[in-house]
Structures are given as C-alpha cells and as structure tokens.
Design a protein around this ligand. Sequence first.
Ligand SMILES: Cc1ncc(COP(=O)(O)O)c(C=O)c1O
Length: 364
Amino acid sequence: MDWNSFFNPYILPVTPYSPGLREEQIREICEVDTICKLSSNESPFPPFPSALKAMAESLPLLNEYSDGSSHALTLRLSQHYGVEPEQIMVGNGSNELLCLIAQSCLTPGDEVVYGWPSFVVYRSSAQLAGAKPVEVPLTADGVFDLEALATAITEKTKLVFICTPNNPSGGVVSGAAFEAFINRLPDHVLLVLDIAYTEYIEDEDSFDPMRYFDGERPLVILRTFSKMYAMAGVRCGYGIAPKEVVTAFNRVREPFNVNSVAQAGALACFNETDEVERRRAINTAGKQRLYQCFDELGLSYYRSGANFIWVHMSDAAQRFDQLLKMGIIVRAFPGANGLRVGVGDEAGVQATIDAFNELFGKRQ
Ligand SMILES: Cc1ncc(COP(=O)(O)O)c(C=O)c1O
C-alpha cells in the first residue's frame, strides 16, 4: 500500500488534537498528591444534581439506541429560545456542530475567517474541507477584532467564526462591536457565533445574540452543556440556526449522534438557574483572587469572561513543567508566550495561587 498517496490530502495539514496528559502520566511527574486539573476549561464541579439523577435513570435503557432526533431536548430548547424546533440542532458536543457545519457548506477554495489564537477546531474544520483558513490577530485585549475580521472577508468567504468569550484568551466581544459587525456582514457569509463560555460572563457590556436571530439572517449561535453545566464527558451541544442550516446538518450527521445519557442530563439542566448563578459567582470570585495574585507578582494577563485566564509569559514551556510538578496542570500551546490557567473551585484557586507565589517569587 502506498500510504503517502492513500489518504485524502486535505487531512494532512491537520494537527491531531492533543488532549493533554492522562491521570497516571501526571501522577508519575507530580511531586505532590493533590492534583488540580485546570487544563481543559472543564467545570471543577460535578454535573448538577438533577442532571446526575436523570442520567442515572437513563442508564438501564442503554440497550436501546438514543432518540436520533433528540426530540424532547429539541422541543425544550425551542420553547426556551422561542424559536421553531426546526431551528435547533443538537450535537455530540458543540465540537460536532462546528465540524459538521463546516463539512456541510465548505468546498475547496472557500475561505473561513476567524480570530487567532482561538479554538483549534475552526482551523481544522476549514482544513478538512480543503478551505483556506484566514486567521486574524486578536486585539491587544485578547478579543476578536471584528473590524479586522470584516476587512478580511472576501467574495470567497463562506464562514466566519466568532468566539466570545474567546478560548484561550477569555476576551469578550462588546455588544456595540458585534452590532456593527453583523450589520456589515455580506449575505453570502454564514456567521457562526460560538458562545461556549457565555454563562461565565459577568460584564455589563455583554449582549444577547438571540436579538439578532430571526431565522432568515445567516447566523448560527452555538452553545454547550460541557462548561457551566459540567457535562463535558457525555458530550452535548446545540445550535440555533436557520432551518436550511439544520437541514444540511441533518444530512451529514450520524443517525444517533447524541447519546441518551447526554440527552437526559441536558434536559434536566433547564431548571437549574440558581445553581448557574451560584457557580458563576464562585468562578468570578476565583478570577478576582487570581487577578490579584498575578498583579502582586507583576504578571500580565487578559481579563477573562470565561472560566480560565491567559497569563502572558515568555518562558511558558518551562513554567508549564514547573507547575505540573507542583500538581497544577494548566494548558501550554506550542510556541505561545503564555499559559491558559483554568479557574478551579476554592481549593483549586488557592492551590494555583500558592504555586504561582512559590514559582514567581512571593513566599507566604
Ligand atoms: C470555544 C469552544 N467552542 C466549542 C468547544 C467544544 O465544546 P463541546 O464539544 O464540549 O461542546 C470548546 C471546548 O473546549 C471551546 O473551547
């Protein structure tokens, strides 16, 4: 077999996703017993009690396929957002939705515009389709630069991804910037607004993207149960999209793309608004403590609307290794001058502060 010419050439530029170290690998490296995994922007808390209960109750039915249309969840979402069920798409994580939206509309030569650094799947989903990724630097505050994004759009642009709060910088697009952008978006472009971390925003200036959704405008709003709702392991995300986009998605998705445990858990999350508030407040308090620590140590960082903070440092790879040995697992990106530090629970935040103080100079 000639493997060199065997594969689809469009998959070759794609860098496989690097999931980080496994628990047992970490145990080998760490010099402490308590490990804080702050590398994947997960919730430090378990799924909500009502979701756990619903998921446990769904287990005996795992001999059956899941509901291939995610019917109950789709209906619940359509009621929640006041849209038609045909305008809802449910996926195996919002990751699947990103990939399948790209797969369903891109052909070789198309262009895909997004800010960078951002979520790696924007790049890989473009590459897999043979489309050209057009990567636009973030603003100095780590926010998607929507003016520069608008300028980068050409006749060939099919898709624009906007991520707010952005992963990995945490920067939040303002309502005014979004409004100006969407008003000048040409109508041959589909805008995919990825707001995976939106529940963590505490900024007054944030906006409700549903204001711009009318079912006609080429706008998809993507959300997930993985972050605030703490269900990353079961995989469930959804999109609010024009019917045409949902129909295209249904052509390319797997028949049973969302498992029954995820559907049950997601449905149970809707009544948990108090718990969302409580967890947001804990995250915000954690961020404040971390900002204060970084300020005292003279480290610069982006202010974040999410559950992680990007800390600038020129020796990121070395600092990553040092933190790892101390049981603090953060995220390093090849060649990047900084580390993405997740906001843990209270103990996790304290452990992060202790480790940073020890590493960067301040002793208790
Ligand atoms: C910005 C962003 N979008 C989407 C996702 C995908 O989330 P999921 O597939 O778990 O819904 C992630 C995951 O980290 C993310 O950071």
